[in-house]
Design a protein around this ligand. Structure first.
Ligand code: 3PY
Ligand code: MG
Length: 245
């Protein structure tokens, strides 16, 4: 989709429940991120959730807790179709992320694609396609990463760039507030550099900011998280009903 210039809509999954993942993936999201950086999802939760998501057309991407080949390897071996690697700030860190998702000789991914290769039933097919098919998305979410972005994007093997607006805002001194003009300016800078390097750019948004980000040229946009949207929907309903009393 991204290479054809289409827009992909996604959502963050953070709830440890297959019913929620099953419902959300049947709703028609193009992709979901299973978040291991800031949610209680552990690797067995992630495997369970991917098992239900794999019944749909939705692409399951795992955000690993850190740019660490051990964490990347586990996420891929339980069947993630791609990984989102947080806090990539330098060219060297980008190179590490690329190597983590590729088997030797291109990279350093250890061998053992347990569920990814359907427990051995699809080993040959998986090994032939994994390096090409597994998607690597790096997160740009600090001022340092913005400064280094042109250099970072010279690294071969990065499929897409994703902005973490909250950490980005925090790194500019605005804790958790991406609406600040300086942060929005940095977001535009990232978008421009991604265009120059022909890399699809994505961002974590909300139901209210998603449209603006799509208009500005983001190709894959998270409309928020399962828990955030549940909270907002319930709050809106309660407020509406209570205000009519
Ligand atoms: C951030 O905003 O920092 C993110 O990582 C989005 O999830
Ligand atoms: Mg972040």
């Amino acid at each position: 989709m991204l290479s054809e210039g289409e827009i992909g809509l996604g959502i963050w999954l953070t709830i440890r429940c297959t019913d929620v993942a099953e419902l959300i993936s049947h709703l028609g999201f193009d992709w979901v991120v299973l978040d291991m950086e800031h949610s209680p999802l552990c690797i067995s939760d992630v495997q369970n959730l991917i098992q239900v998501i794999d019944e749909t057309k939705t692409t399951p991407i795992v955000r690993v807790a850190w740019n660490d080949p051990v964490l990347v390897k586990l996420a891929l071996d339980v069947g993630a179709h791609g990984v989102l690697v947080p806090w990539v700030n330098t060219k060297e860190e980008a190179e590490l992320a690329v190597k983590s998702v590729r088997y030797p000789p291109k990279g350093i991914r250890g061998y053992g694609p347990r569920r990814a290769a359907m427990y051995g039933l699809k080993t040959k097919e998986y090994l032939e396609t994994a390096d090409k098919e597994v998607m690597l998305i790096i997160q740009i979410e600090t001022a340092k990463a913005v400064e280094n972005l042109e250099e970072i994007l010279t690294v071969e093997g990065i499929d897409a760039v994703f902005i973490g607006p909250y950490d980005l805002a925090t790194s500019y001194g605005f804790l958790g507030d991406p609406s600040q003009p300086q942060v929005q300016k940095a977001i535009n800078t990232i978008l421009e550099i991604c265009k120059k390097f022909k890399k699809p750019a994505g961002i974590f948004a909300s139901p209210t900011t998603a449209t603006d980000y799509i208009k500005r040229g983001f190709q894959f946009v998270a409309i928020g998280s399962d828990i955030g949207i549940l909270m907002q929907a319930c709050t809106d309903i309660l407020n509406k009903l209570k205000s009519k009393e």
